[in-house]
Write a protein that binds this ligand. Structure first.
Ligand SMILES: [Zn+2]
Length: 409
């Protein structure tokens, strides 16, 4: 057994912090008990780790990542920018680095195959707990379609563990969901609009309502949640009407209050991914930057109205569409968008675990949960940005196993 003693506890439920808390972790990697020292009986031989002056909180969860991606140029998407082995090594390095920044769970929203998840589970490589979408779905010409604008298709053979992801019509959509489930997807991701409002592609609609209903039904039959990429417009509306489980981005929801109400009523999560839009707002020509600034104001308005409407807003970075390694920036951006620091922490822990459907196992520091937790130097409620300082991440534990320890010395 191992006990963390003397630290401030933020347990991920949103409850007020507990000072001088003890967290007892058993040899099965679960939290045995948590509370004031006088309420916890430490077993003989228990290893003590004094974390006085530090904060212990649940391991952070990124609800929207792309570990396999390093930018979205066509050659990269075709897998031709570097040999596959180099890419595998690069991804495993990012996985370890991301774990050491305090992220113990990641929901990968596209193009990571199940081999990475198996490698982590089998202890071959250190990395966060993974949920993978494998291939996202879209119709022909949608965002999953890797053909060039001139109609050239991907020249290399497809990896059989990453289905093509392109399906048109109700029957083929159902078949593609089954194919993605067959290769081990933990959830189904689909694109129902394009990306940016500036090209209007963000307000189009990829699948029609019947196709989306079939997709959601087939996924749910297999016990898989559905994550839908949608920026705004009819593609967003139809996805919510069809009962997806989360909206990814959803930037223009603020102008459609009835949709926010539907999301709250149906318990549909919102993953705004502020980091990726903030990154791209700093790119491009002056006109694009000005438009991105206007778009960002709408995005922030959406987060605030979603919170007011009772929608559960969770932290997701869209890393891979920008870079990797600073995922906790999302928490700072959520605070800038109007969340309290405590809400931002819960958005990346307790609520995030709900988005993954794993809130019975991770996301909070409570008796019986898996011991996924981190210790940080200082108080993230006073300074949410400290989570981005790698030196201040002092301990990272996943299922009781310590991957980083700067506390014991
Ligand atoms: Zn994404």
């Amino acid at each position: 057994m191992l006990a963390l003693t003397g630290g401030n506890l933020i347990d991920g439920t949103g409850s007020a912090p507990l000072t001088n808390a003890t967290v007892l972790v058993n040899d099965l990697g679960h939290i045995e008990s948590v509370g004031r020292p006088e309420s916890i009986k430490l077993p003989p031989g228990c290893k003590l780790v004094d974390i006085t002056g530090h904060t212990v909180l649940p391991g952070l969860i990124d609800c929207h990542d792309h570990l396999m991606s390093f930018g979205y140029d066509l050659l990269g998407r075709w897998g031709r920018s570097e040999p596959r082995t180099t890419r595998v090594m690069r991804v495993t390095k990012v996985m370890e680095e991301t774990l050491l920044t305090g992220y113990t769970a990641i929901r990968d929203c596209g193009w990571l195959d199940t081999g990475y998840k198996q490698a982590v589970e089998q202890g071959l490589i250190p990395g966060p707990r993974l949920q993978v979408a494998t291939s996202p779905l879209s119709p022909t010409q949608g965002t999953q379609d890797r053909s060039s604008p001139s109609g050239h298709h991907q020249p290399t053979p497809l990896d059989p563990n990453l289905p093509r992801g392109i399906a048109d019509g109700v029957a083929d959509v159902r078949a593609m969901v089954r194919e993605v489930v067959r290769v081990g997807a933990d959830f189904i991701k689909f694109f129902n609009t394009g990306f940016g409002r500036e090209t209007q592609s963000g307000t189009t609609r990829s699948y029609d309502l019947e196709e989306i209903k079939a997709l959601v039904d087939e996924a749910h039959v297999h016990g898989k949640k559905v994550a839908c990429h949608a920026i705004g417009g009819p593609g967003l509306r139809d996805a919510i009407a069809a009962g997806v489980d989360s909206i990814e981005h959803g930037c223009l929801l603020g102008s459609e209050p009835d949709l926010l109400k539907m999301m709250a009523d149906k318990n549909i999560y919102l993953v705004p991914t502020l980091t990726v839009f903030t990154f791209h707002a700093a790119q491009g020509n002056p006109h694009a930057k000005a438009e991105a600034k206007d778009f960002r104001l709408k995005h922030i308005d959406t987060v605030q109205k979603a919170l007011s409407a009772g929608v559960t807003v969770v932290a997701g970075t869209d890393a891979g569409a920008w870079e990797h390694g600073n995922s906790a920036r999302e928490l700072e951006l959520l605070v800038q968008a109007g969340m309290t620091p405590m809400q931002a922490l819960v958005a990346a822990t307790g609520w995030a675990a709900g988005c993954l459907g794993m809130d019975d196992q991770i996301g909070t520091i409570e008796t019986g949960k898996l011991a996924d937790l981190i210790v940080v130097d200082g108080d993230p409620l006073a300074d949410i940005a400290l989570l981005q300082d790698k030196e201040r991440i002092r301990l990272v534990m996943k299922e009781g196993q310590v991957y980083l320890d700067r506390v014991s010395g």
